[in-house]
Design a protein around this ligand. Structure first.
Ligand code: F6P
Length: 748
């Protein structure tokens, strides 16, 4: 450090001193010369005055011998070279020996009386001072007094040497003192700062706080920021928050434009019976998960405007700012005709792909006309997304099986965008997917995404083997990448989740209050074990199997009559489709059958609510239930399972969970069941109601930690960090490619 200080401070100081000396010395020379000259002039005047008494007499007598004696006495002064006496006619009266040859009466004549002039002689410079004498009654004459000035040069040289030596030594000493002082000060700062850094003290307890220099406050500020970002990074691993997600967007992606595309919109505007417009949140796991992410990241969400009052609620560009209570992002609605909705949403998406990907043994229907509409609606969404992206390198996050063609369509028009598609439903094995007549088109378009996300590793593997079988490409199984047509697609398992803590909990009372309210509302006695099912009314959810399990339990254990009740919320969904209509009919019939078989005067085993509940109501139900049953026949993730766990801050309640739901990979402390095995499900219900409080708490604690740590901010954060890495790699490749391109051009 000392060497650095010397190099950085002492050398410039020496340089500065040298520059000053170089320009300052001639000035000092001039000053000294002037001083010495005036001094010599004064001496000449004095000498001239002192000669006034005797010299005129000797001159008048022309007494050469007397003059020489007299003059030799007064020129004893070393610096006085001699005297020259000239008559008025210019002839020489007297010239002493040491007067230089160049000085004669002619040259003395050219000097004005009373002044002096410098002459250069071979032995150095000499000053000639001239005085006119006109003694009364005598002939006038001129006296030239010649002084040796070589001593001035000598003195000047000596003065130079002293001055340079003095300045040099002073600068050196000053610089050394400065360096030493700087070194000591910096050492002290460094020590204190190091102590603060190692002790992680940057706030009120910082020792460096006592040093009030501006530089230290800047250092402390940087340290504080580092500490803050480090803290958030630590949070990433344990506790993902909206703030952490925002930081990923800002620091790793450099705040790009973010566009989300989904079929289902996060908010719909509906006309109520009163004619008023109401805002509704649809029953969709995808919306539940993605909405808090968009609140945190902002941007634009492009979705089908399906609400009855949606058109009345947008601006001239079909946009509306949401969430309604505190808008943070833009919802851009896309309008679909009834024919488009039929072909793309009900037809290909929900009668074709949905049953194809869910092993619920409902036969998929593939109709050519649906495929045509599916393509044109994907194109329509692509047009809107392109219009909504004002930058070339936006991050586009596509959701679900409704948009299998969108990555390819967007890649062609926005080559620099980072495109991710998340497939929220399971991906079946290659044989199953192979029955889709348009598998090649779908796969090749999907592979134009930079990232393809699935909930589980199992679904990723199914996808890769499907691609392997039907697409000409290179697959790297270790890194889960697919290279096709010069594009690299990254396949990743990223289990979706919910926000933590769920915002709906904030307005809910404590669990006991919710329990009482719910039981009162649905007429369920305090002694009855309350089981809960919350679903869209879908054939993948295993509703009928659940009822059969309850029936079996009541058969096997008649003492449970009047002591167990299943509260089933079935939100009507896709009701125009025959498969869903059949399911609704069958469900109602089964509830009717089982209830009439076991009912008591004030008790039914199943309470079916066939109406969507808002999120707040659903969370109240979660808190009221003794157990929650999620026995989907097949499910990508199933967020009801995670919501139930998140709702139970009392660490009570039992979760029964299907092994065919993605959530079962994470919530291993649930009672896991094969939903096709009715007896196993019945036994799980029995275990749930018999489970001691302590075990319920232990299981719930573990599951709560899992959901908390793996919340939806982590899901989004992992995908966005993957997007950031891909962008960095692409930028690196571009940099590497440019020189090699130019080299190639040079060779050409
Ligand atoms: O589970 C797949 C999914 O698309 C979810 O993302 C969503 O929760 C659900 O289906 C909703 O379906 P829809 O939008 O057809 O009502």
């Amino acid at each position: 450090m000392l060497r650095a200080i010397i190099i950085r401070s002492v050398l410039p100081l020496l340089l500065a001193a040298g520059t000053v000396a170089y320009f300052g010395l001639p000035y000092i020379d001039r000053l000294l010369t002037q001083w010495f000259r005036s001094d010599v002039e004064l001496r000449a005047q004095l000498l001239n005055s002192s000669m006034q008494e005797l010299l005129p007499g000797l001159v008048a007598k022309n007494d050469q011998a007397g003059l020489r004696r007299y003059v030799s006495k007064i020129t004893a002064d070393q610096r006085l070279l001699g005297l020259l006496l000239c008559r008025a006619d210019g002839s020489t009266l007297l010239k002493t020996e040491r007067v230089p040859a160049a000085v004669d009466c002619d040259s003395a004549q050219s000097i004005a009386a009373g002044s002096s002039s410098i002459l250069q002689t071979p032995s150095g410079s000499a000053q000639v001072s001239v005085f006119d004498q006109s003694p009364p009654g005598l002939a006038p004459y001129r006296v030239a007094i010649v002084h040796d000035l070589s001593f001035v040069d000598r003195r000047q040289n000596t003065a130079h040497d002293y001055l340079i030596a003095f300045a040099g030594i002073s600068v050196l000493i000053l610089a050394l003192f400065l360096a030493l002082a700087a070194w000591l000060l910096l050492r002290r700062w460094a020590k204190i700062l190091l102590r603060d850094i190692t002790g992680r003290r940057f706030f009120g307890d910082a020792q460096s706080g006592a040093l009030s220099l501006p530089i230290l406050s800047q250092v402390r500020q940087v340290l504080r920021e580092m500490e803050e970002s480090q803290r958030i990074e630590i949070d990433y691993r344990e506790n993902w928050t909206p703030l952490a997600l925002q930081q990923v967007v800002r620091e790793q992606l450099h705040s790009p434009q973010i566009v989300v595309v989904s079929n289902r919109e996060p908010y719909s505007h509906e006309f109520a019976d009163s004619g008023q417009i109401e805002v509704q949140v649809p029953a969709s796991g995808m919306v539940t998960a993605l909405e808090p992410v968009m609140r945190a990241c902002s941007g634009t969400w492009v979705a089908h405007g399906s609400g009855t009052a949606d058109r009345e609620s947008v601006d001239g560009n079909d946009r509306v700012r949401v969430p309604p209570e505190d808008p943070t992002y833009t919802l851009r609605r896309v309008w679909l005709s009834a024919a488009e909705e039929n072909g793309y949403y009900y037809g290909l998406a929900n009668e074709g792909l949905w049953p194809l990907c869910h092993l619920a043994y409902v036969r998929p229907a593939f109709r050519g006309e649906d495929w045509l509409v599916y393509q044109s609606v994907n194109r329509k969404f692509a047009d809107v997304v392109v219009r909504e992206t004002s930058t070339e390198d936006a991050v586009i996050l596509i959701q679900d099986y409704h948009f299998a063609l969108l990555p390819g369509m967007l890649r062609a028009r926005r080559p620099k965008a980072t495109i991710a598609l998340f497939w929220h439903i399971p991906w079946p094995n290659e044989e199953t997917f192979g029955v889709c007549p348009w598998k090649q088109e779908m796969l090749s378009h999907l592979l134009m995404a930079d990232i393809l996300g699935f909930h589980t590793l199992h679904h990723c593997r199914n996808f890769l083997s499907t691609v392997d079988r039907f697409v000409e490409c290179q697959i790297d199984h270790e890194h889960m990448t697919v290279a096709v047509q010069g594009h690299l697609c990254h396949v990743m398992a990223d289990p979706i989740s919910i926000e933590w803590p769920p915002r709906w909990l904030a307005q809910l009372p404590e669990v006991k209050v919710s329990q009482k309210a719910v039981r009162q509302r649905f007429g369920i006695g305090a002694h009855v074990s309350l089981g809960l099912g919350v679903e869209r009314w879908d054939f993948t959810k295993g509703l009928l199997e659940r009822f059969l399990a309850l029936e079996m339990l009541l058969e096997q254990n008649p003492r449970l009559r009047g002591r167990i009740c299943l509260l089933q919320i079935a939100a009507p969904s896709r009701s125009v489709l025959p498969a869903y209509q059949a399911l609704q009919k069958e469900t109602l019939a089964e509830v009717e059958r089982i209830n009439s078989r076991f009912a008591l005067a004030d008790w039914n085993p199943i309470v079916l609510i066939s109406k969507q509940q808002n999120p707040q109501q659903v969370y109240e139900l979660y808190r009221a239930a003794d157990f929650c049953i999620v026995n989907s026949l097949h499910d990508g993730m199933n967020l009801v399972a995670k919501e139930f766990v998140a709702a139970r801050d009392d660490e009570d309640g039992v979760l029964i969970l299907s092994t065919f739901a993605g959530a079962s990979r994470e919530l291993v402390e649930a009672l896991l069941v094969n939903p096709f095995d009715v007896a196993e499900t019945a036994a799980a219900i029995q275990r749930a109601i018999d489970m001691p409080r302590e075990q319920r708490a232990q299981r719930m604690q573990l599951m709560r930690r899992t959901v908390k740590e793996n919340n939806v901010y982590r899901w989004a954060g992992r995908m966005l960090m993957a997007a950031a890495r891909i962008r960095q790699r692409q930028a690196l490749l571009e940099v590497q490619e440019v020189p090699s391109l130019s080299r190639r051009r040079e060779r050409l």
